[in-house]
Design a protein around this ligand. Structure first.
Ligand code: HPA
Length: 255
């Protein structure tokens, strides 16, 4: 499909994280490969319908999970969606839970971010532009999209924790107990590797952007478990993402 064939408004884009490489509920799916001024996105964009509404899906790490968090071209992913006419982006982030409420297999819609990443391209304004470009980030996520998501969750009986602070780490390794203890002291409830620079770039691009965090494990030192395994992470993501089709339907239909 060519870009010109995207003839109808896309109501929402979903960026899938670890364990979510396709949206099974997308009907009449078409695939759109394409590039951006920032380079190549992680995967082609899949466009289809949910409850009659056009939805775009992009796998953040590639559909075969070949791209680690520090190598994702966050700018290209978001710009590609924007080039296709997307205004609202729901980012799915697989995370570890730090504080008590944020147990594995639950869902959360964070409202704050602390950025611990380094060395990633974190702005659109990498070259001199002659004007100060300091976007407001007091509320790092779109309050409108967060509210709509939480209303949709409530209306369909899906538990989504409203709020929480997402700490974005560099990865790809997981954290030490001491690092998580520090993040807890800093006020983080969740830890993941992809929340930044994505949210900051979305703000710079003027996109409405919110995160739905799928809690996959207790972060290091937050449970009796001696280590975090990929099998545990993937199994819990599968459970947590089971509510996604219903939640997206409710979000799109405004129920
Ligand atoms: N830390 C960082 N990122 C993650 C984790 C974690 O414990 N679990 C899933 N993504």
């Amino acid at each position: 499909m060519s870009d010109a064939a995207v003839d109808q408004d896309i109501a929402l884009a979903v960026i899938g994280g670890t364990g979510l490489y396709k949206l099974a509920s997308l009907q009449d799916e078409q695939t759109l490969a394409g590039n951006t001024i920032y380079g190549e996105p992680s995967a082609p964009v899949r466009i289809g319908r949910i409850a009659g509404h056009r939805v775009a899906f992009l796998a953040r790490h590639g559909e075969d999970h070949s791209i680690p968090p520090h190598r994702v071209n966050y700018r290209a992913n978001l710009r590609r969606l924007q080039d296709l006419g997307v205004a609202r982006v729901l980012a799915i982030n697989t995370v570890g839970g730090i504080t008590e409420r944020f147990a594995p297999r639950t869902l959360a819609c964070p409202d704050q971010i602390i950025d611990y990443t380094w060395g990633r391209i974190s702005t659109l304004w990498d070259e001199p532009v002659g004007v100060p470009l300091h976007v407001d980030f007091s509320e790092p996520y779109s309050q409108g999209l967060r509210r709509a998501l939480l209303v949709a969750a409530m209306g369909s009986g899906i538990d989504v924790i409203a709020g929480g602070c997402y700490g974005a780490t560099q990865g790809p390794r997981l954290e030490s107990r001491a690092e998580i203890a520090r993040m807890r002291r800093d006020g983080c409830d969740l830890v993941g590797m992809t929340g930044m620079p994505e949210a900051g770039l979305a703000r710079e691009l003027g996109l409405e952007y919110a995160s739905l965090a799928l809690i996959a494990n207790w972060a290091a030192g937050c449970s009796d478990s001696a280590e975090i395994t990929l099998a545990e992470v993937l199994a819990n993501v599968e459970v947590a993402s089971a509510a996604l089709p219903e939640l997206l339907k409710a979000l799109l239909t405004g129920r």
